[in-house]
Write a protein that binds this ligand. Structure first.
Ligand SMILES: [Zn+2]
Ligand SMILES: [Zn+2]
Length: 366
């Protein structure tokens, strides 16, 4: 039975597909993106004990090219340190905001100790070219316009990503709050068929103007059964229903897999991650994407037109620092050029560098 179901699953993914799994990690987020040329990207890792490493292993993930922490709350980075230890990624991206918790400090210490990992702060306009024409764009945060004094500044400054594969679009929102979503609306990010609903379906997010803009046909909610936050909110579910988006949620559907062939997407769900448990698989073909509008994306700071088959390419580095030093340089500074690639840390702005505890280098005085 299990073997048959696994065969079925394998048959569902074809060469050229981009496969996105919203893993069932209970209350939290963990999203895996796999490309046709086996690039693996993980957005968030769920809380401690989420079992995400085992899930990745079971899915055959033996390396990670890029890991993104949307923001440093425990339900997103609790299991991140174990991920970094088990599958050290080539690159690590976060929103540049520190947290006071032991979980965050432990994660940072592990990242610091692993000098092979390129650490980057997310910034509007960064583009990671994947393969088969797929690309991952950072919509937010914009470190020059941080959200402050919101319900939760850590949530509001979540890394928001847009995955584009052919005609298909998926948006990942972390725990974005209303101001974050308003910024996306103001930036006119265009329509997008698949929305990873912000903040586990909290009633404070998924605002009507965002739904009007994106017109998603598929809404993904990562949420724990019977969670104490009462996520997802009834108001949010009502707005999604009104918007005619089909809702998939991990508490009811288990792992939700969205597969893009570049033209359309299909959704499958897998109720039990436990290989010994009952395996139910439902294949659904959602309606096609809404007609694409001309997207007015935030101007890309470094869109790299060349596809790079081996490495995730992103080299926006206006301000550079070495892991081994506490100063930062202007990118053009001679001393910045000397920083070994392994030790290079990039910042989009001076403020981001300062926030990370680095001071301006005396040589170039950025
Ligand atoms: Zn969360
Ligand atoms: Zn959060």
């Amino acid at each position: 039975m299990l073997a048959l179901a696994l065969l079925l699953l394998a048959a569902l993914a074809r060469a050229g597909d981009v496969v996105v799994d919203m893993l069932d990690v209970g209350q939290g987020d963990a999203i895996l993106i796999r490309t046709p040329a086996s690039k693996n990207i993980l957005i968030d890792a769920g809380d401690k004990g989420s079992g995400v490493v085992e899930m990745l292993t079971r899915l055959g993930v033996d390396h990670l090219d890029l890991v993104v922490s949307s923001h440093p709350h425990a339900d997103h980075i609790g299991a991140m340190e174990s991920v970094i230890r088990a599958l050290p990624p080539k690159r690590y991206l976060d929103n540049g905001l520190a947290h006071t918790t032991q979980t965050y400090r432990g994660l940072m210490a592990t990242l610091e100790a692993n000098t092979a990992i390129v650490y980057q702060t997310a910034q509007t306009g960064q583009v990671f070219n994947l393969d088969d024409g797929a690309r991952l764009e950072v919509l937010l945060p914009d470190s020059t316009r941080r959200f402050r004094d919101t319900r939760s500044d850590l949530n509001s400054n979540s890394v928001v990503l847009k995955l584009v594969h052919g005609d298909n679009c998926m948006i990942f929102t972390g725990d974005a709050e209303e101001p974050t979503e308003r910024a996306l609306v103001d930036a006119k990010v265009g329509s997008c068929a698949v929305l990873k609903v912000a903040h586990h379906g909290s009633r404070h997010s998924t605002i009507q103007p965002l739904l009007d803009l994106l017109r998603p046909s598929i809404a993904l909610i990562s949420v724990g059964l019977g969670n104490r936050y009462h996520h997802p909110g009834d108001e949010t579910l009502a707005r999604l229903e009104q918007a005619k988006a089909t809702v998939y949620r991990t508490d009811r559907d288990g792992r939700v897999t969205v597969t893009s062939d570049g033209k359309s997407v299909r959704v499958t769900t897998l109720k039990h991650e436990d290989p010994g448990g009952a395996l139910l698989q439902v294949a659904k073909v959602p309606k096609s994407n809404p007609p694409p509008e001309t997207p007015t994306l935030p101007k890309s700071v470094d869109a790299d037109p060349e596809m790079t088959p081996d490495v995730l390419e992103h080299e926006s580095c206006p301000f550079a620092a070495s892991r081994k030093s506490d100063v930062f340089h202007e990118a053009g500074c001679g001393n910045a050029q000397k920083i070994n690639a392994e030790n290079l840390v990039c910042y989009a702005t001076k403020e981001a560098a300062a926030k990370a505890g680095r001071r301006a280098a005396g040589c170039c005085k950025p």
